[in-house]
Design a protein around this ligand. Structure first.
Ligand code: ADP
Length: 485
């Protein structure tokens, strides 16, 4: 059944125009809750990507010359209109991604909050005047936009992952070509239309949806005009894109995979730790890069904690995202579902024990039961890889040193969480964790005021905060001489 959403654009946005792919090809977008086709979208390739890069290049001079306050006004209007139309955006997001409507609405407001944040930061791109060695000279530092940027974004936060890149890039005076994930192009296209209605000049923000990600990625990364790539996605694809950007020496921001440890000490407030874990682990059915992936609980409380966790998880309401009361929607795809099944089987084969869940949920083909497994060990896939599903593996530990060692035993380094009421321990463990973000007695840590990003193979670059704007600015040094009389 084709259940088209008439208000959502389905063509590419290039230079302010909505265009079909020259090849005439289109691709289907499906609702993961039902498998139904909800839209058919232009399937872009090389021609459209080159056109979008040219449009972004043509728009760059005027956009970067616009006073920051002018850019800020447009970004603020974009944010305000996204908030006004949050229901429409959320509904579209839920239909293509599957997450509960309340979460989708939260994501839209979160995305808009980056436009507000960076509209304010845009007017604070300060430089420096530095005393030179020699009193007849001054060192002057200014910051200028990097230029034409590219953004490749994933399906798990189809609004926010794109908007937080666009907000920083456009605030800095850059122009952008965005490639959203083929699973979820509608959120990006609808947000783009709202941006155009809010006054974005033609070419400043371009969107090329398509199924041949490698081809669009090749064109974006090999272009000499594109001066920066910001990518959110898997570490494997991130590695490829970094290599592809080497010949043209682009600036890069890489927000890659995570394998977040969630550490609960004996002295923790267990109620708060449980609340934090439920929020961190089960948001978006566990499909976030900062999701608690490995739960470590100190030996003194692990029995009580695992039991209480399993009880709460068993009550989670599973169903389609647009049904009232749903807390856990479907997984995004058959591949994602098969991966979760495989990881749980691996854990059970190696001695893990299911406390709740552990199988497909009857709500539909892509629904997995919220699951808790205890008795897990470091060799299991659930501990080594990103699960990206509603599965919480719980392991015990004895000492603080052991917890730190286990938490850092991964090539990833995105988010980590620690629950303790001992202030000294909070600092010690927070300092020792080799992760870009640490939530101490908090399970949700992202906000536009904070620098979001990873270390190690979780990537580099920061989104949000004043550091987020620096990612789209080049530093220029000028030496002013001849000042002596
Ligand atoms: P996920 O596992 O979350 O789907 P991916 O890294 O596969 O993560 O996808 C994130 C984004 O990267 C999506 O927009 C996807 O289309 C895109 N992508 C996937 N493979 C490539 C590639 N080879 N080159 C460029 N982009 C890619």
């Amino acid at each position: 059944m084709l259940d088209v959403m008439p208000t959502v654009p389905t063509q590419a946005l290039i230079g302010g125009e909505w265009l079909n792919a020259e090849s005439g090809r289109r691709f289907d977008v499906r609702d993961p809750a039902t498998g139904n086709v909800i839209a058919s979208v232009s399937d872009c390739g090389e021609v459209e990507t080159l056109a979008a890069i040219a449009a972004a290049d043509a728009a760059l001079a005027a956009w970067s010359a616009e006073p920051a306050s002018g850019r800020a006004r447009i970004l603020r209007r974009w944010a305000d209109q996204m908030i006004e139309r949050a229901d429409e955006l959320a509904w579209t997001l839920t239909r293509e991604n599957g997450k509960p409507l309340a979460e989708a609405r939260g994501e839209v407001l979160y995305g808009a909050s980056y436009l507000h944040w960076f509209s304010e930061e845009a007017t604070r791109v300060y430089g420096d005047v530095i005393p030179a060695p020699g009193s007849d000279r001054r060192i002057i530092v200014t910051k200028s936009p990097v230029g034409v940027c590219a953004a490749i974004t994933p399906w798990n936060f189809p609004n926010a992952m794109l908007i937080r890149k666009a907000a920083a890039a456009l605030a800095a005076g850059c122009t952008l070509v965005a490639k959203p994930a083929a699973e979820t192009p509608l959120s990006a296209l609808l947000a783009a239309r709202i941006g155009m209605e809010a006054g974005l000049p033609a070419g400043v923000f371009n969107v090329v949806p398509g199924t041949d990600a490698a081809e669009i990625g090749r064109v974006l990364t090999s272009s000499d005009i594109v001066r920066k790539l910001s990518f959110t996605g898997s570490t494997g694809v991130g590695r490829k894109l970094i290599a592809q950007c080497a010949p043209t020496v682009k600036r890069l921001s890489m927000e890659l995979g995570g394998n977040a440890p969630f550490i609960v000490f004996d002295d923790a407030d267990l109620d708060a730790a449980l609340d934090g874990l439920m929020a961190s682990k089960f948001r978006n059915a566990g499909q976030t890069c900062v999701c608690a992936n490995r739960v470590y609980v100190q030996d003194g409380v692990i029995g009580e904690f695992a039991e209480r966790l399993a009880k709460r998880v068993a009550t989670l309401n599973v169903g389609p995202g647009d049904r009232s009361g749903t807390e856990i929607g479907p997984l995004i795809s058959e591949a994602a579902f098969a991966k979760v099944e495989r990881m749980v089987s691996d854990a059970l084969a190696r001695g893990g024990r299911v406390l709740t869940g552990g199988a497909k949920h009857p709500a539909g083909e892509l629904f997995y039961q919220p699951t808790v497994i205890d008795g897990v060990t470091a060799d299991m896939d659930v501990m080594r890889d990103e699960i990206f599903g509603p599965v919480a593996p719980v392991a015990g530990f004895a000492t603080e040193a052991e917890a730190i060692q286990m938490a850092n035993e991964t090539e990833y380094g995105l988010a980590a969480y620690v629950y303790t009421r001992d202030l000294g321990r909070a600092w010690r463990v927070g300092d020792a964790l080799a992760h870009g973000m640490v939530g101490i007695n908090e399970g949700v840590l992202s906000s536009p005021a904070a620098p979001f990003g990873g270390v190690k193979q979780s990537g580099f670059g920061r989104e949000g905060s004043r550091y987020g704007l620096d990612d789209y600015l080049d530093v220029k040094y000028m030496l002013m001489g001849g000042l002596s009389a």
